[in-house]
Design a protein around this ligand. Structure first.
Ligand code: F6R
Length: 594
């Protein structure tokens, strides 16, 4: 969602803040802005549009100053416009904000009664005026504490103060805030990727903490105004990992690097997490796996594989539903949460509910030191470097791989034979090279994309392990191409969806080698009889269907291999339609609001 960056140091803040914003672009946004403490006071430039438009505007209105804050906005309160873009200024303070103030209306009403006037429709301006009002009465520390009592919601704020032109104040409550430091500057951002070009040393703020940075000093406080000591950590990601490497889009790069990333995710893990998860992890009670979006779809693959391997069931829940209905969660449960960003609001809340219930919690995360990684009792990092494109691809395959390995670990603990576990380890070890082999010749997918890109409607169907792959395929297509795509387990078609089939409706059938394939093929015949057009993804062709030929593999490995043509098809179709591939409309990389 929104991205925030701050800088105070010896250099001109503008290029540093712009570089920070460029690195946050991947989160998805609609407006951008910057505020700099100049010799003539705080100056703000902001607009609806992209960071490159902001740069153009700054070329004609250059700003110079050694301290500033900047923002990419993903509209929540008020439509995308220059008026609603951050930063906002009131009296001596300017603000940028990542998050949401839930009680903005009642706070605004109070401020209006006290005579304050507003220039935008945003909750952020309400927070700024509220902060100023409190500051007038109590000074900075009091204002931070009282603000926390007044505002409901989640936020990280950065403020600059015209009266102290080299000072930044950063406040964290609920949304991420990372502070970087080098010999002559302090940087702050909502996301570590914005800091990568500038420093390797970072402080991860906890909730209810704030910092004040000025003239080479950096101090941290809790919300009672008490100074606290924080230890910096060395940033493990490097700036090269966040580059396009000659690819036209990050998405294509991330699809193509999946074989490497699978190797990275698996490295040292064929011991089934013996070092990371010592002891016995099988709970007396239930195993729940909770996530959103693509991570949820990876969890669905887990459900099928785990059940095949152990004969037992796990529950897979959507975090946004689970948080309001945590069923019979107890302290006997093992709760596994999955998140690429480690910041997804619903998943974070689900994790917090699980912790409160006393469950043992395990997070599978990519973003290093993210909130979810730090909250869970145990964590497994994907180790695949930053995922930049908004649509998730490489995190999906890493998640499925780690969940398959986790299934083997649990299977071992509950008595599945060593031989069987070794057989699956061997099969999983061959997955990266099978993916690489498939990706070495993808022309057929390009050709199919040219045939289908003008279609308006798609069903994605599958059965067994083919079903969660179909679900993820449909999600990728709609996110990237904006084409209507729905997924069903093929058995559901006759219970309603088949009424939509005519000669203009396309169905993509995901048909790996599994025991449900024969009946899936019958479902395909039913669609064909109603003149529906079929694209079959399988190692076995069927008359009357377009066909993307897949290699012969064990069907349980299809989440890794069969997802590749689906990711690529979505990519090529979106490209043919001229869409913004790495930042699809209306989407954000890190969904930090409910
Ligand atoms: C889809 C996509 C989203 C995310 C979802 C969860 O391509 O990117 O559906 O998968 O927002 O995000 P994380 O995994 O960061 O919790």
């Amino acid at each position: 969602m929104c991205g925030i960056v701050g800088y105070t140091g010896k250099k001109n803040a503008v290029p540093i803040l712009l570089e920070g914003l460029r690195r946050l672009e991947y989160r998805g946004y609609d407006s951008a802005g910057i505020a700099v403490s100049t010799k003539k006071g705080t100056k703000i430039v902001k607009l609806k549009g992209k960071v490159r438009n902001l740069e153009d505007k700054l070329l004609s209105n250059p700003l110079i100053g050694h301290c500033g804050i900047a923002h990419t906005r993903w509209a929540t309160h008020g439509k995308p416009s220059a008026k609603n873009a951050h930063p906002f200024k009131y009296k001596n303070f300017s603000i940028v904000h990542n998050g949401i103030i839930e009680n903005w209306q009642s706070v605004k009403d109070e401020l209006l009664k006290s005579g304050y006037k507003f220039t935008s429709d945003t909750d952020t301006e309400v927070a700024l005026l509220c902060f100023y009002d409190l500051y007038k009465k109590t000074g900075i520390t009091g204002a931070v504490t009282m603000l926390h009592r007044k505002l409901k919601g989640k936020y990280s704020f950065l403020f600059i103060d015209e009266k102290k032109p080299d000072e930044i104040i950063g406040i964290k409550s609920g949304n991420p805030l990372v502070v970087g430091e080098n010999a002559d500057a302090v940087f702050a951002a909502s996301d570590i990727t914005a800091l990568l070009p500038f420093t390797k040393r970072a402080y991860f703020m906890e909730d209810n903490q704030f910092f004040i940075a000025n003239g080479g000093s950096l101090k941290f406080y809790n919300f009672n105004g008490k100074k606290i000591e924080k230890k910096s950590k060395k940033i493990k990601w490097n700036v090269e990992e966040a580059k396009k490497d000659g690819y036209k889009h990050y998405l294509l790069k991330e699809i193509m690097e999946q074989p490497d990333n699978l190797n990275r995710a698996m490295a040292g893990r064929l011991n089934l997490f013996a070092d990371e998860l010592p002891g016995n992890i099988v709970p007396k009670g239930r195993i729940l796996c909770i996530a959103c979006g693509t991570s949820y779809n990876a969890a669905l693959c887990f459900k099928y594989f785990f059940n095949m391997l152990t004969g037992k069931s796990i529950t897979v829940e959507n975090a946004s539903e689970f948080r309001y209905q945590p069923f019979d969660l107890t302290d006997d449960s093992l709760v596994i949460v999955l998140s690429q960003s480690g910041e997804t609001s619903d998943t974070k809340e689900a994790l917090s509910i699980a912790k409160k219930a006393g469950a043992n919690t395990l997070a599978i995360v990519n973003s290093w030191e993210s909130s979810i990684a730090r909250m869970a009792d145990n964590k497994i990092y994907m180790n695949i470097g930053p995922e930049i494109s908004v649509a998730s691809t490489k995190a999906y395959s890493a998640e499925v791989m780690l969940l398959y390995l986790l299934s083997l670990r649990i299977a071992g603990e509950i008595g599945v034979s060593k031989e069987e576990i070794q057989m699956w380890k061997d099969k999983l070890s061959s997955v990266p090279s099978s993916c690489a082999h498939y990706l070495s010749n993808i022309d057929a997918v390009k050709t199919i994309a040219e045939k289908y890109y003008k279609k308006k409607n798609f069903f994605f169907i599958g059965r067994g392990i083919g079903y969660p792959i179909a679900v993820e395929g449909a999600l990728k297509l709609k996110e990237l191409s904006y084409i209507h795509a729905e997924s069903y387990s093929a058995g559901e078609m006759k219970h309603g969806p088949i009424s939509l089939i005519d000669n203009d409706f396309s169905t993509i059938a995901v048909a790996p080698d599994n025991k449900q394939r024969a009946v899936l093929f019958s479902n395909i015949e039913e669609i064909k009889s109603r003149m529906g057009q079929i694209l079959l993804i399988s190692d076995k062709p069927l008359d009357g269907c377009d066909y993307l030929k897949m290699p012969k593999i064990n069907g349980w490995l299809s989440p890794f291999i069969y997802i590749l043509p689906l990711q690529l098809l979505s990519y090529y179709i979106a490209n043919l339609l001229g869409n913004d591939i790495d930042q699809p409309r209306n989407l954000a990389k890190s969904v930090t609001v409910e």
